[in-house]
Design a protein around this ligand. Sequence first.
Ligand code: GDP
Length: 290
Amino acid sequence: MVLDDLGSSLRGTMDKLRGKSRLSKEDVQEIVREIQRSLLQADVEVALVMELSENIKERALEEEPPGGTTARDHILKIVYEEMVEIVGESTEIPLEPQTIMLAGLQGSGKTTTAAKMAWWFSKKGLRPAVIQTDTFRPGAYDQAKQMCERAEVDFYGDPDGGDPVQIAREGMEATEDADVHIVDTAGRHALEADLIDEIEEIEAEVNPDLNLLVLDAAIGQGAKEQAREFDSSIGIGGVVITKLDGTAKGGGALTAVNETDSSIAFLGTGETVQDIERFEPNGFISRLLG
Ligand code: GDP
């Protein structure tokens, strides 16, 4: 059964429905209230929470549970289906040669994610390379190089900094034996014009098949503006949510998914190269509702 792993308070409410074959309006209202509380606490945008609540309410009251289905299973299924509508399925990542560029603000976890994704592709039997074009953040080069060594994947960067666009060009040439190129870019503390100009130039140079927006799970509503800016400049095809090993549940990233009309590709769950998971709606939804 989907969503078996619900948070305790919602599970308690659901369990009260055991043995019932029909849901009353009060039952539905109580469940929807619990869901709203969990989602708002998880940083999901109010408008999304309201849209979801309305859809669940309407379906739960109007749809007849199919024969043999209990009221509890019926509403669980509706909640799951409506949550998947909002959360989306995982971004498609074909296991084939490609170039992926990472975008996001400084500290979001781009460099870490680049090395993790390279590790992930290498475990799938491909030959990835990380190209580090972040010449803005001190230490970005060393950090990327070390992580790539640990992941045992190809790496290109310039320890002396220099022009990010030139590094991108040289990096693509230097790693031409690799089949998956992962291009890390510089972030800034905020969305500044030079950040957007730079990433557009790198994008024109490496011509990525996919641009991923990397967001810290604690992002909250700040996700909206970032998503809009990056999407209108380079086009965002998917989102990576990092630091899900912390207490934040990553609901703010759904705003970015919604804003960019994209989906979630990967989750970051720690600081080492192995701490990466492909996004999978069921676990994420249970966590949001938990
Ligand atoms: P960048 O500026 O976007 O390249 O961000 P970094 O990759 O340097 O990450 C910023 C900080 O977050 C570093 O201290 C990372 O170790 C940490 N970090 C990145 N991803 C994760 C994660 O999934 N979990 C945890 N706990 N820390 C992470």
